[in-house]
Design a binder for this molecule. Sequence first.
Ligand code: DAT
Ligand code: MG
Length: 149
Amino acid sequence: MERTFLAIKPDGVQRKLISEIIGRFETKGFTLVGLKFMNVSRELAEQHYGVHKERPFFGSLVEFITSGPVVAMVWEGDGVIAAARKVIGATNPLTAEPGTIRGDLGANIGRNLIHGSDAPETAQSEIALWFKEEELVNWQPTILSWIYE
Ligand code: DAT
Ligand code: MG
């Protein structure tokens, strides 16, 4: 089973959208294996978004992600990395499809509510960056045979 790293950004928390957002992954059939509510240090933010450090928006991105608490999560499921990106929608909420989290709930690229790993390599490194192994819960939901053939 694949795992991905998702984080509800400070705008999602401030706007009281935690349950709305988590609910979409729960009802889809993915399994929650890690969850913590936390403030993000500048160091963690800069590591997490290191790939963007030469981009003009890097400074404001780090300011934003450190501006208030986030909900950091690991979710598990068959093909969850790509599928979660689809549930999340395009980077810019203005062009994200209706039905996606960003398409339904957001209106600005700098306030796009949620992060999701974009590939197996980034999922692996982001999970390791945000979570210790002992913070992840290995479990099998009893309904799994009703979600997967
Ligand atoms: P995504 O979050 O969809 O993976 P990304 O990795 O390209 O998008 O960028 C990381 C975050 O940086 C993104 O969620 C919002 C911000 N961002 C990206 N492009 C931007 C832009 N052109 N202007 C302002 N913020 C931007
Ligand atoms: Mg990205």
